[in-house]
Design a protein. Sequence first.
Length: 407
Amino acid sequence: MAQDTDTDKKHEDFTSWAKDQGVLINGIRPSKIPGRGIGIVADRALKEGEQLAFVPAKALIAIDTAPTWLKINELVKPLDVPEKDVTVHGALAAYLTVRAEEGDERLELWRAVWPSFEDFRESMPMMWAPEYQELLTPPAKDLLQAQAEKYQKDWQTWQPMIPSEAEESFQYHWLIVNTRTFFWKHHGSGAKKLSKKIRRTCNDDRMVLCPFVDYFNHSDEGCTVSNTPKGFAITCNRTYEAGEEVYVSYGQHDNDFLLIEYGFVLDENKWDKTKLDSRILPTLDKRMRRDLEENSFLGDYILDAKEIDYRTQVAIRRSFWPVARWRQYLATEDETEVELAYVKARLWVLLTKYADEISEMLANLNKRKPTAQRNILVKRWEQTAEMLRVHIVRNSYRGAFPNHQTT
Ligand SMILES: C[S@@+](CC[C@H](N)C(=O)[O-])C[C@H]1O[C@@H](n2cnc3c(N)ncnc32)[C@H](O)[C@@H]1O
């Protein structure tokens, strides 16, 4: 679909600045996209395999590759905090906060094209009022809680370096890092100088700010992003018409994850799923939980529109089978048709009860003022209800219970 071609001056200025940093841009440009802020569109017809952008390592802001004028290592090295508490996410947020507080103008043109704090207040659940956070789906609530804990840890670590009046600025930059960084494998001699903690750091903390490439919006399929010691390259995944939006994929994320981490949900998402933990865990007593935990089956009960996930199957069986029978099932996976019918019955009751509760939730949400938060909550609950509906139909629960309506 053709998109709005309007690009205002600040985006042109930033694009020129990015080119001065060595960024190569081919056949694409930033453009306003309704509902998605700024995105990248094709400036002409694009062919599969073309390189659309290249960002040299020296133009990235990573803890090991940033241009010397950024002096990020100066900020990280004298840290008087235990190494185990240092995350790259926190270090980058602190770096951006300190530079902004110092009135450093060198990042000004880039900063000018970032979303505002007000944008985050509207889109990022971490910034929502508790009354809206309470209305998130259970998997999104769990993700939000983990994110809030991560933020608090980073804030505790970096607080001594940040002027007290700048907490809001730290939070803003933490969200900038959260929503605008890409995965970066540390390379080269700079990496050797890094602290051991940062070199060993887990994959999802290997973050880098990447000028211009951070304009790309996400889709479940998108252009290839490759990361070599020389920098980042974006390669066209298919043909595009002039004016069409060009995406990259941020990963195989479901919509609860996208909402918490990036503040949006996709209408079409082949990776979408929900979890039934909030429905199944309360049905398990202490002993059942222990048995499941000992066999690595406690939690993470995924439901998508397709089949019944094996972990869910195992947990449902443990919720009402004698333990000896359950262990035998784990070893052989054998069961009779009657046993299977009972399992399906249990699941059907659990899913239809959940579907009824979602209908109630949607009725209540629809009575509220149509704010951005309300609208995205409605969308996510409707998607969850639809996954349940399709799942129920596809898994022939109707066959197991001829007397019940499943649609
Ligand atoms: C890396 S930035 C992409 C550029 C951003 N749209 C901008 O205006 O600067 C990531 C942010 O873009 C938005 N975004 C990315 N993909 C999107 C999509 N498919 N639909 C809606 N918003 C999207 C979200 O706000 C997300 O946090």
